[in-house]
Write a protein of this length. Structure first.
Length: 401
């Protein structure tokens, strides 16, 4: 595959092709990284520059060898980037923290940085911002599905301005094509994240998935208390605690210690271990796919991580706050994952009893596993999308067309 060398005046840092991923969340950043990794396997060009602009968070964890650079202004917002369904308090907190200035700086970055191709990963908001940088970006839609809600007329108008449109499932692609939007669904990249294998254990563990937003600290205590109740019932299954790159493992450890756990410091990949009676938690910064591969059940408050578990055929349990009506976020995930997800009250004794019964019910566990694979679809999307990007770069298809 021949790639045309650009003139030295177009960039002082690189003479090779330049591509930018723009993402708006930790899960979206992981998806962007997976596609970028596949793209590098297509193009054996050491001058290929793949940058990443994270619209949400600080970009922690994305400074890996797959990206040449993480660019643009970065800050952590109080909402963690999740503002939906008229959540005025979260939006107000973000505005006070400097959201408007952050957006303006991000748009300025998009307009002043030259790239042959831009890839927007996430929802239509990230596509809209990427379009402000000029040209026709590629859109990888990770947030929306007809299982939850269809793309509306305004969203479809923006989608038509993209050079290529990839959505998460075939049902959504069919719905968009009927509306005149040339969407494709070559495979769900979230399912590709589930194929990562770094280590396994002879015994299947539990995966505790508190998510990547600041609420993960409090949610970890909720998950740990359920684990403690499971141990009290004789279920002494060890558990991984997934610690997202942007979060501070020391805060998790201190919170658990205050809640009565005995905490022992670890290393970079295993920041700490915690025990309370016969219950055991091992914190981990391993890729989520590796943790899921070694787990038989996921108990999670996460977004993408819960979906990775479902894609791998691992049943998923989520907790709702006791006495509160179902939140928009959990309702959305329930519709998305269908029978792969079991939502329980977060009252530790009741949740543990329900999980204990689920673990005893092999037929239901198998049905949940099958439902997750069916809803999330097959892997292979990352490589298919990377192939389209490689062809676009090779043919000279420009982000500024």
């Amino acid at each position: 595959m021949r790639l045309v060398r650009r003139s030295p005046q177009s960039s002082s840092a690189s003479f090779g092709p330049r591509l930018l991923f723009v993402s708006n969340g930790h899960g979206e950043a992981s998806i962007a990284a997976r596609i970028a990794s596949e793209l590098r396997s297509f193009i054996s060009n050491t001058e290929l520059q793949i940058d990443h602009l994270p619209l949400v968070g600080t970009g922690a964890g994305s400074e890996s060898t797959v990206f040449s650079a993480v660019i643009g202004p970065r800050m952590s917002l109080p909402s963690g980037g999740l503002v939906a369904m008229g959540n005025l308090p979260a939006l107000t907190a973000d505005l006070r923290a400097g959201l408007i200035g952050q957006i303006i700086a991000q748009i300025r970055t998009l307009r002043t940085r030259p790239y042959e191709l831009r890839v927007a990963v996430g929802d239509v908001y990230v596509l809209a911002l990427t379009l402000l940088g000029g040209g026709r970006p590629v859109f990888v839609g990770t947030a929306k599905s007809v299982y939850v809600a269809s793309y509306g007329p305004g969203e479809r108008m923006l989608l038509r301005r993209a050079a290529h449109i990839f959505v998460r499932d075939n049902a959504t692609a069919i719905s968009l094509r009927k509306a005149g939007v040339p969407a494709e669904s070559p495979g769900n990249v979230i399912a590709d994240l589930a194929t990562h294998r770094r280590f396994t254990h002879e015994e299947k563990w539990l995966a505790l998935l508190p998510g990547s937003r600041p609420s993960a600290y409090a949610d970890t205590i909720r998950l740990a208390r359920v684990l403690g109740e499971l141990a009290a019932r004789g279920r002494t299954i060890p558990a991984f605690l997934s610690v997202a790159p942007a979060l501070d493992s020391a805060i998790f450890a201190a919170d658990l210690a205050r809640d009565g756990w005995t905490v022992e410091n670890g290393d970079a990949l295993t920041p700490f271990r915690a025990r309370r009676g016969s219950a055991y938690i091992e914190a981990s910064r391993e890729p989520i796919g590796s943790l899921i591969a070694a787990s038989g059940l996921a108990i999670g408050q996460a977004g993408t991580a819960n979906e990775v578990a479902a894609a791998a055929g691992v049943p998923v349990v989520a907790l709702e706050h006791s006495g509160e009506r179902e939140t928009w976020y959990r309702m959305r995930q329930r519709r998305l994952l269908g029978n792969a997800l079991l939502v329980l009250s977060d009252e530790p004794h009741d949740a543990a009893a329900a999980i204990d019964a689920l673990l005893e019910d092999e037929t239901r566990m198998e049905a949940m596993a099958a439902a997750g694979r069916e809803r999330m679809g097959n892997p292979g999307g990352a490589r298919a999308i990377a192939g389209v990007l490689a062809a676009a770069l090779s043919s000279g298809e420009s982000a500024r067309e």
